[in-house]
Each structure stands twice: as structure tokens, then as C-alpha cells.
Design a protein around this ligand. Structure first.
Ligand SMILES: NC(=O)C1=CN([C@@H]2O[C@H](COP(=O)(O)OP(=O)(O)OC[C@H]3O[C@@H](n4cnc5c(N)ncnc54)[C@H](O)[C@@H]3O)[C@@H](O)[C@H]2O)[C@H](O)CC1
Ligand SMILES: [K+]
Length: 480
């Protein structure tokens, strides 16, 4: 698990009704319990809090410790900067107590003159997962002040030694970290306390996953992704159009490559049409499509592309030579069934429904969610990429871990919602997301858009309405 997952879990926990207040209370209580288990009670404790949620955990720990110990809370920084509701709430509680001494250290001058000689334990709740760069004043002086007492007082860090990973960091005896270890942490002892997360958070896709996937937008100015969608056949143009409609809300540019006949039916200024000669894609088009693919960040291939022999050959040849992350959807899945080796070394997301999964891998995922997830995980490991198995619960796996998505409803069985989904996953790949994140967040957004349409129209709606609801789903996620 990575530090980023802390924030994704907190958002998803809130979505499940577990509030940040509860998490902070459990975190702070866990710190206090660990300290008393290690050092007993009747201690003189100094808690150093910053103005973020790491500091908030410190406020809670100070309150819990104050019952059987003598606690002084040092707030390092300006109390007006205490940001989150949960940290402010716990700060107000502390200020209302009489037996916890509070010292406000607004700048480094106050810090430098401190004498901490009388304390048995120093709790470091200055900086945690929100640290950006080298510690700045007055936090920096507080770290240096605490380190003067290393070896004399016991030093316990909340979540991680403040300043980590820079060299200016608290020399902690150990850190109390929450729920699980973080792979970025190293070089200091950690005690892990659980803070009330249910096991679902390992697997359930929530607004946290989508928020972090969408955050890639605007990360590199003007590079909000370019996507190529390859699909359509004969007079079949609905599927690739739907895929591009949803995607168009997430990326800057969508190229839509389809046979010239159906292409004439599309007059949408948001799309850059790339009509190709003939009724269907065929091997003679590979070179032309590869050169368009050069200009984009990701490719969706398959919606409505058809099953003509020449088209299946085109699909296999294109995939074999395309160097961009790809979503392989619908009829393109049937084309690669004959030769999965075209996927070797590629970055891709396969988006089968149960029937296509069975055709691809010769096995029908059946049984409980866990059992189906194991099957999808096994096949994803075999094929060396991400599989998004669409269903009442979508199951997503990269062969190492697995996720499931609960958004969406029965109305989504209407034709074309799978095309919208393929477009969204492609767009999230084009924004720079890893395939597992792109597939998970795409499934979440597609289902959420469908749930929003159902709210308005009941269960009979078209896929185009789902595509048009994508901006509302994005806004809901970003505001959550
Ligand atoms: N799920 C969990 O594990 C929970 C963790 N909790 C605690 O929350 C912190 C993360 O809180 P956050 O507010 O995001 O960040 P921090 O408190 O770590 O710091 C932000 C704070 O500090 C300022 N700042 C950032 N970088 C620097 C710097 N280099 N020098 C000086 N100041 C800096 C920034 O401006 C903010 O004001 C996590 O570690 C846990 O302790 C939750 O409380 C419960 C759930
Ligand atoms: K800390």
C-alpha cells in the first residue's frame, strides 16, 4: 500500500459512512494506547502538533493520554491554519479542557527557547502523509528541538517521523502508523494500529479511486490527453460514436477513425473524424492508423468494428505494432481470441462481458464475488494485463490485486453502455493513469453516470444519455 492509498481509503471510507472524525479518533486513541502499553502511565508527555491531520491525531492522543498522564500540547504554527473539520473539532475540545496545558508556538523563536528536560515521552504529530518537501519553519525548529532529547525522552512519531523522507526528520524510537504499513516507509520501527477500516476497502472501487484518476487532468498543462478510437464497420457507427462521446468530456482531443461510409453520418464538432477507405478495417489500413496513433496518448479499439476476417486480421496486426496503452473491447476481443500472443509486451485493458470472457479464456467466472475475482485475477496474470469483467459487479484485476465496482444498474444493459465504458477507460489511460486505476475509475464513473440517469428517467434510458451524464458524475466525484 502506498501513501496515496491513505487518501483514497479515507474518501472511500467516507463514502461507506465511516467519517474522518471516527478515523482520527481511532488513530489518536491507537497512538495513546500504544504509548501506555509500552511505557505505562503517570508519564509527563509533550505532544507536538502541526496544523494538518497529523496534528489532529496528536490532539486526540493528547486527550486520551491526559486521563492517566500529565500532558502538555505544543501547537507549532498558526492555529488559524488548522484546516480540516475533524482536526479543528479536536482542537476546540482540547482548548475547552483545564488539565491539558496548551502552548502556542507560532514561530521558531518560541521553539528554540523550549526546555523539554522534564518530559518522559515526546509525541511527534507535526507532519505526516501530507508532507511536501523539506520541513519548513517553524516545524523545522521543532524537529531539531525534539531531536535534542533523543535518547533522553522516548520519542513516538504519529504515522511517520516528521520530516521523513528528508534528512531533517525526527529521530523517533518508533512510529505508530495506521491500518497497514506503507511501502515508501523505511529505516524506522513501525507499530501498526487499526483504525476501523472494513476489509472491503482493499477491493471496493469508490470516489477516491475516481478522484485520483481524474486528478491527472491538468497535471501537465495542455496535456489533458489525446485519445484515438478505432471502430465502426459497414453502416455501423453508433458504438464508436458512444465511446468517443463519453471520453470527450475527459480528454482534450478524441480522434475517431471509422469507415468512410458510416463516418458521413457523424457531424459532431467535438470529434476529429478520420474516415478510412472501404466498408471495413483491413490490414491495408494498419500503417495509416499507426501514424494517427503516434499523435495520441491511448487507443480504444473494437467498438462496432465487426467480425469480417479482414478486420480481425487488421485488429491483430494493429495491436501487435501499437506502442500506446490500449483498451481492447467488443469485437476486437474476438479478433485476439485466435492469437493472444499479440498482447505480449503491451499495456492494455480488456473489457469483456461474461460471454466474451468465456470465449477468450475458455472459462466462465462463476460463484461468489471472491471466486469470480480469483478467476479474473488468474487470467489477467496469464495474459499480462488488466481485465475489466463487466457485470452487475464489475471485477477488475491486473493479475496481482483485484477490485470490484458496485455502481450501475439494470438499465445499463441497454446497448452501448459498454462502448461508453471503453471510451472512459481509454480517456483515463490517455490522462496518464495506470491500467488498473483507469479501468477501476472508468467502471465507477460509467456506473455512476448510469445511476444518475436512472434517478431522472427510471430504468429505460439510452447509452447516449449515460455518455452525456459523465460531466455530472465527474463533478460529483471531485466535490465528494
Ligand atoms: N487513513 C489514515 O491513515 C488516517 C491518517 N490521518 C492522519 O492524517 C495525516 C495526513 O494529514 P494531512 O493533513 O493530509 O497532512 P499532514 O498533517 O501530514 O501535513 C499537512 C500540513 O503540514 C503542512 N506541510 C506540508 N509539508 C510541509 C513541510 N515540508 N514543512 C512544513 N509544513 C508542511 C501543510 O501545509 C499542512 O498544513 C496522516 O499522516 C495521519 O497522521 C487521519 O487523521 C486519520 C486517518
Ligand atoms: K509525524
Amino acid at each position: 500500500m502506498r501513501i496515496e492509498d491513505v487518501y483514497i481509503w479515507d474518501i472511500n471510507a467516507k463514502w461507506l459512512g465511516i467519517t474522518p472524525y471516527q478515523l482520527m479518533e481511532n488513530a489518536g486513541a491507537g497512538v495513546a494506547r500504544t504509548i501506555e502499553k509500552r511505557f505505562g502511565t503517570g508519564l509527563r508527555v509533550a505532544v507536538f502538533s502541526g496544523t494538518g491531520n497529523n496534528g489532529g491525531d496528536g490532539f486526540v492522543a493528547a486527550r486520551h493520554l491526559s486521563f492517566d498522564n500529565d500532558v502538555t500540547l505544543f501547537l507549532v504554527g498558526d492555529e488559524a491554519k488548522i484546516r480540516s473539520e475533524e482536526a479543528r473539532h479536536n482542537w476546540e475540545i482540547l482548548k475547552g479542557l483545564d488539565f491539558v496545558e496548551i502552548r502556542l508556538l507560532k514561530d521558531s523563536a518560541y521553539v528554540k527557547s523550549l526546555d523539554l528536560g522534564g518530559f518522559d515521552v515526546i509525541v511527534d504529530a507535526l507532519l505526516g502523509a501530507g508532507t511536501r518537501g523539506e520541513p519548513r519553519e517553524p516545524i523545522r525548529s521543532a524537529i531539531e528541538k525534539i531531536n535534542e532529547y533523543a535518547g533522553r525522552a522516548k520519542i513516538v512519531s504519529v504515522d511517520l517521523p516528521s520530516g521523513y523522507p528528508s534528512r531533517i526528520r525526527v529521530k523517533a524510537d518508533f512510529a505508530v502508523t495506521f491500518q497497514w504499513d506503507k511501502e515508501e516507509y523505511g529505516g524506522f520501527e513501525r507499530v501498526i494500529v487499526k483504525i476501523g477500516y472494513p476489509k472491503e476497502l482493499y477491493h471496493l472501487v469508490g470516489p477516491g479511486d475516481a478522484k485520483f484518476a481524474l486528478r491527472k487532468r491538468g497535471e501537465h498543462k495542455g496535456q489533458n490527453g489525446k485519445l484515438l478510437i478505432i471502430g465502426g464497420s459497414g453502416d455501423y457507427y453508433g458504438a464508436p460514436y458512444l465511446a468517443s462521446k463519453g471520453a470527450g468530456y475527459l480528454v482534450d482531443l478524441v480522434y475517431l477513425a471509422m469507415p468512410s461510409e458510416p463516418a458521413k453520418r457523424i457531424s459532431d464538432p467535438d470529434l476529429i473524424l478520420r474516415p478510412i477507405e472501404g466498408q471495413n478495417f483491413s490490414p491495408g489500413h494498419v500503417h495509416e492508423l499507426l501514424s494517427i496513433a503516434q499523435k495520441v496518448n491511448a487507443v480504444v479499439i473494437g467498438p462496432g468494428i465487426g467480425l469480417a476476417e479482414e478486420t480481425k486480421e487488421f485488429v491483430r496486426e494493429f495491436i501487435k505494432r501499437c506502442e500506446k496503452p490500449m483498451v481492447i473491447d467488443a469485437d476486437a476481443l474476438k479478433a485476439i481470441t485466435e492469437d493472444l500472443s499479440v498482447l505480449n509486451g503491451k499495456t492494455f485493458v480488456l473489457t469483456p462481458h461474461a460471454g466474451e470472457f468465456n470465449v477468450l479464456f475458455g472459462v466462465k467466472p462463476e460463484g461468489s464475488l471472491m471466486e469470480k475475482a480469483e478467476v479474473v485475477k488468474g487470467e489477467a496474470g496469464e495474459v499480462g494485463g488488466v481485465i475489466l469483467l463487466k457485470g452487475a459487479y464489475d471485477i477488475i484485476s491486473d493479475g496481482k490485486t483485484w477490485k470490484y465496482n458496485r455502481t450501475g444498474n439494470r438499465g445499463m444493459t441497454t446497448g452501448g453502455t459498454g462502448d461508453v465504458l471503453a471510451g472512459l477507460v481509454g480517456a483515463l489511460l490517455a490522462l496518464g493513469n495506470e491500467p488498473l486505476r483507469a479501468a477501476s475509475a472508468g467502471a465507477f464513473l460509467n456506473g455512476l453516470a448510469g445511476d444518475m440517469v436512472k434517478e431522472e428517467l427510471g430504468e429505460n434510458f439510452t447509452a447516449l444519455e449515460v455518455a452525456k451524464k459523465v460531466p455530472h458524475a465527474v463533478r460529483w466525484v471531485m466535490e465528494f
